[in-house]
Design a protein around this ligand. Structure first.
Ligand code: DON
Length: 528
């Protein structure tokens, strides 16, 4: 069994679970709970996420995305500044992680629930060594934290240094109750009241019923074909599946593989144009229980042929040229991201696998930390809080993603599984807000269309274009200056930055596994 994810502790946990006879879901749930202890800025129980699972040939998708509370409506943020959906009680959606992990285990786990929670509980009780990343992200959030957050993450009012040990006795106590009672320990009783209190004292409007009524959704993965492979993707409320499926189809339709050399300016130009046109339609998507998603129309051959015919080898399409008169009123803005999410994949040699992406949205989410030491998300910012205005990621969102009571905000998180003739080939995903989509798309492309080893596919340079703003983002120091000049000569505006970090496992036809983590950030891949 192999794992890839952000934390070195997870490799040991997965080995231990494997040795005890656990399966990939047991291992991933134990690993995800470990992240809740060691990576509270994105792994926390106060967030949400998606998982794609393949067990004994059966594939399912689990949506444990946050839900808007009953008090939310399209005008919640109307007269408020952009901060309202980022910091404090109004930023928080009802968390999905505690229910998601519990339901995943209930459906697929082999070991006892208490066994998969135990490694995380021990880490919370006995302490763990904080990393450089932990120190950086925790220190920069000091002033946003509630008093409980400051006391828990800055013990005795001190800044921890990398390598120092942090014990979280309050979280250990919660995990003990979670071991005994399952998801109820989070959504009912004392813990639910702790959440309602902290949210309502900081400008939000939660009731204990908002928590009690939270439900995960089991969905059918979205399927597409790419160069003879079967790709299982996350359907709405993620936009990832729809946008990646369009992009993969456009690679085929534009004959990018045949017409360009790997890593050439022409290839990057083609990838950028494909991304631009695929992201163009993202704003039409939303929670399927509230919006009618035009998924089938977007993936129709005629629609894709039309997009493919717009792509020219020498000249970048100007995003503005595709905007309607009404859309032209839209304010473009460079977004300042301070965001954290993470992904883990686990796979065994038979090809059973689970790919899971979880997030609080911004790092430490809303800045609210409960008395038990659980950081709460600011996922409400993923809704269309201010129509026509860019959100934290520079995304202009649509009506389909309006704030509504009980709805889940549109996401870019894209856990993905690839198969060939029924055999598992790849399991992958990434953090990075909208860049998740272009990163997962390009790693699939490099792995399958360019036949690169999984590690090389991940570390290769990537380009990101999300239609608006009309700008290519790429890694500094990965593309040679001539390539940047080549892209500019075709009319692209190029900026440097990268936040996506892909984690992937590849399986060969004889069952050999290779796992890799993106060197763009902290990560660990291993197992046997
Ligand atoms: O669901 C989404 O698309 C975002 N809330 C994810 C945020 C994210 O990936 C930030 N990470 N770096």
């Amino acid at each position: 069994m192999m794992v890839t994810g952000p934390s070195p502790y997870s490799v040991q946990i997965v080995k231990d679970i494997d040795a005890k006879g656990g399966n990939v879901v047991d291992a991933l749930v134990a690993g995800a709970l470990e992240l809740a202890v060691t990576h509270p800025y994105y792994g926390a129980l106060g967030g949400g996420g998606f998982a794609l699972v393949k067990i004994n040939g059966e594939k399912t998708a689990l949506d444990f995305r946050e839900m808007a509370p009953k008090s939310a409506n399209p005008d919640t943020y109307k007269d408020k500044d952009a901060k309202a959906s980022l910091t404090g009680g109004l930023a928080v959606g009802v968390p999905g992680v505690p229910s998601g992990l519990y339901e995943l285990h209930k459906k697929y786990g082999k070991l006892k629930w208490a066994q998969v929670v135990e490694p995380a509980r021990l880490l919370a009780e006995k302490g763990f060594e904080v990393s450089g990343e932990w120190v950086k992200l925790t220190t920069r959030n000091h002033d946003r934290f509630t008093k409980d957050g400051q006391e828990i993450f800055f013990p005795k009012n001190q800044n921890l240094k990398p390598g120092d040990t942090l014990k979280q006795p309050q979280l250990a106590k919660f995990l003990k109750r979670y071991q005994k009672e399952g998801a109820k320990a989070f959504y009912e009783g004392a813990n639910a009241r702790e959440i309602v209190d902290v949210v309502n004292q900081t400008g939000g409007a939660f009731t204990t019923d908002d928590l009690k009524n939270y439900k995960v959704r089991w969905l059918k993965p979205m399927m597409t074909k790419f160069m003879g492979y079967d790709v299982s993707l996350m359907p709405p409320p993620s936009s990832g599946g729809v946008v990646i499926a369009q992009a993969l189809k456009l690679v085929e339709k534009t004959k990018l593989v045949e017409k360009t050399q790997p890593l050439s300016v022409d290839e990057f130009h083609g990838l950028i144009e494909i991304e631009k046109l695929s992201y163009r339609n993202r704003s039409q998507l939303g929670d399927p229980d509230f919006a009618k998603n035009p998924t089938d129309d977007l993936l129709k051959d005629e629609a894709l042929d039309k997009l493919a015919s717009m792509i020219k080898p020498d000249k970048a399409i100007k995003s503005a040229s595709l905007l309607t008169a009404e859309e032209k009123q839209t304010i473009e803005n460079a977004a300042k991201e301070k965001a954290e999410t993470t992904h883990m994949s686990v796979m065994d040699s038979q090809g059973n696998t689970i790919a899971m992406t979880v997030t609080l949205n911004g790092d430490y989410g809303s800045g609210l930390v409960t008395k038990s030491g659980i950081a709460l998300n600011n996922e409400m910012d993923d809704f269309t809080t201010h129509p026509g205005k860019p959100n934290m990621f520079g995304l202009i969102q649509g009506e389909a993603n309006a704030v509504r009571a009980g709805a889940r905000p549109l996401s870019s998180m894209s856990p993905t599984i690839v198969e060939k003739d029924g055999q598992t080939v790849l399991s992958l995903g990434s953090p990075g807000g909208p860049r998740i989509i272009s990163a997962v798309f390009q790693v699939i492309y490099r792995s399958l269309a360019r036949n690169l080893d999984v590690d090389v596919a991940i570390q290769s340079p990537r380009v990101h274009h999300q239609f608006l703003p009309d700008q290519v983002k790429t890694d500094a120091n990965k593309l040679p200056p001539e390539s940047i000049e080549g892209l500019k000569a075709k009319g692209h505006s190029v900026d440097f930055s990268s936040t996506a970090k892909v984690y992937a496992i590849r399986r060969s036809s004889d069952g050999m596994l290779s796992a890799a983590a993106d060197a763009r950030g902290e990560g660990a891949a291993g197992g046997h």
